[in-house]
Ligand binder design. Structure first.
Ligand code: IMP
Ligand code: MG
Length: 183
């Protein structure tokens, strides 16, 4: 039989059911915390695309949203340290409560750069919501205001997260088999 995407996964770290429940909780918490405020959700592409879609359907706020595309990685599994903006935000965020939506907070290099970059546009506040947090690998001094799951130092894929642009469409968070990297 032909090999499927699921055959490349060693372990499931966060199941579909766990993701669904946690994303709902995060949406409800953000809705409560920002009730009555002018909120702007900014998704960091491409990793955020599934999380953001699910999160915003659990947010009961009359809010604005847009995306930026940023990369700090090559095709490997460790950061290069350099952040490149390939799609900038063209909307006015002055006076708005900005909520940055990320897939994972790893070294923190990307988010600390983005936070500084966006604070120059004078939003009322900047918060970070990340689905996953890998605190062991942190290099920059940055914390998420909201996070879904703390995970160990392993390279994960699925639910938006990729390895060399693949596996984003897995409906859960998983760890790849080591032989996948070796090929
Ligand atoms: P940071 O700048 O090191 O925090 O890296 C953040 C970005 O690296 C995330 O937005 C992801 O795109 C990517 N990244 C970090 N860890 C992983 C992982 O385990 N799997 C997939 N992508 C990752
Ligand atoms: Mg990425």
């Amino acid at each position: 039989m032909a090999k499927t995407m699921n055959d490349d996964i060693k372990t499931v770290l966060v199941s579909e059911e766990e993701l669904k429940e946690k994303v709902k909780e995060l949406g409800q918490q953000i809705s409560a915390d920002f009730a009555g405020k002018e909120v702007f959700f900014l998704g960091v592409l491409k990793g955020c695309f599934i999380f953001m879609a699910d999160l915003l359907r659990n947010v009961d706020l009359c809010c604005d949203m847009d995306f930026m595309a940023v990369s700090s990685y090559g095709n490997g599994t460790t950061t290069t340290g350099a952040v490149k903006i390939s799609l900038d935000l063209n909307k006015d965020i002055e006076g708005k409560h900005l909520i940055i939506v990320e897939d994972i907070l790893d070294s923190g290099v990307t988010l600390s750069y983005l936070k500084k970059y966006l604070s120059n546009r004078n939003p009322a506040s900047i918060s970070i919501v990340t689905l996953l947090d890998k605190p062991e690998r942190r290099k920059a001094d940055i914390k998420a205001d909201y996070f879904g799951f703390t995970i160990p130092d392993a390279f994960v894929v699925g639910y938006g997260l990729d390895y060399a642009e693949k596996y984003r469409n897995l409906p859960y968070i998983g760890v790849l088999k080591p032989e996948v990297y070796e090929n």
